[in-house]
Design a protein around this ligand. Structure first.
Ligand SMILES: C[S@@+](CC[C@H](N)C(=O)[O-])C[C@H]1O[C@@H](n2cnc3c(N)ncnc32)[C@H](O)[C@@H]1O
Length: 302
């Protein structure tokens, strides 16, 4: 009996993994659970510092009111989710969803430490999760909606979860060419090994960079009053430490780390030297700072 229970539990788990490994967003689910998620958790404070102001600007545009029911998509380690919960209290609630178990673990422990109430976290894919109709007044995201395999399916699913008159507000990156933090290291690495340059329109940080395409997707998904506002800032790469620390940070993260792994690079000395040279003119006593450019996107469910 115990043996068969164990067997069926095992096969259920296997079925679940197989589904995720081949279903929608399989690549991102693997990435955010196995590589990017653990890396993000390890450097959560730096990421929060980098993204906080843009997230707050998007929240301000969302005109949140106490008592509202909010969904935070790709909530990650939860900094913005907790701020949303503060803004809707008393009487409101926030659900943060994410596909990354390590990021959700951190979000849950931060929520417990903060004492903020009426916030819950769930492991769910925004593209496919059945939220139930008209469940939220606001759907928000801080850089968590650019990774969908099928953005039209995802935003249609999300619109269905909004009540009539409900709002969508999110912040996402503009074109990579306006975000040197995303291209300069990649170009330096590209002198040595194959590496994909970030592109608008493919699942990833720049998936929603083209406002024309995003307007069409949101329109087809049934949203109205779609608006784009430019928001700019400074991105501090790495920990705000020395040039050397910043290069070490970049080698461990995102597209650069992926390319190093794929090319099975053992010795990064020459690649690090090229990144160091490219970053040198951005280095200051408080770290390596580069411009960042984002869209704050707002829309309504009719
Ligand atoms: C760039 S991080 C941003 C995290 C967080 N919002 C923040 O600002 O700190 C993107 C997040 O989106 C999540 N994500 C990617 N695709 C998703 C999907 N289909 N459904 C839900 N979350 C997703 C990732 O796991 C990751 O936590």
């Amino acid at each position: 009996m115990a043996g068969s229970a164990r067997r069926s539990e095992g096969s259920a788990r296997l079925w679940h993994m197989t589904t995720e490994a081949s279903g929608p967003n399989a690549k991102q689910i693997k990435l955010w659970n196995e590589v990017s998620g653990p890396n993000w958790v390890a450097q959560q404070e730096e990421f929060d510092e980098r993204l906080e102001a843009l997230g707050l600007a998007a929240m301000d545009r969302a005109r949140i009111e106490a008592g509202e029911r909010v969904l935070d998509i790709g909530c990650g380690t939860g900094q913005a989710t907790l701020e949303l919960a503060r803004r809707v209290s008393d009487g409101g609630s926030v659900l943060g969803i994410d596909i990354s178990a390590p990021m959700l673990d951190r979000a849950r422990s931060r929520a417990a430490e903060s004492g903020v109430r009426d916030v819950t976290f769930e492991k769910a894919d925004a593209q496919t999760f059945e939220f139930g109709p008209a469940r939220f007044d606001l759907i928000f995201s801080r850089f968590g909606v650019m990774f969908f395999d099928d953005p039209l399916a995802a935003f249609s699913n999300l619109r269905n979860a909004l009540r009539p008159g409900g709002r969508l507000a999110f912040v996402c990156w503009r074109d990579p060419e306006e975000n040197p933090w995303a291209t300069i290291a990649v170009d330096a690495v590209g002198q040595h090994i194959p590496i994909k340059r970030p592109k608008p329109g493919v699942p990833g940080p720049f998936g929603l960079a083209d406002s024309g395409d995003v307007a069409k997707i949101l329109d087809k998904a049934g949203f109205s009053n779609v608006g784009f506002e430019e928001a700019s800032g400074k991105n501090t790469l790495g920990t705000g430490g020395s040039l050397e620390d910043t290069v070490a940070h970049v080698l461990k993260l995102g597209m650069v780390a992926d390319a190093l792994r794929e090319a099975e690079v053992q010795d990064t000395t020459e690649i690090a030297a090229s990144i160091r040279e490219a970053f040198a003119r951005y280095a200051t006593p408080t770290g390596v700072h580069m411009n960042s450019a984002a869209w704050i996107v707002t829309a309504r469910s009719p």
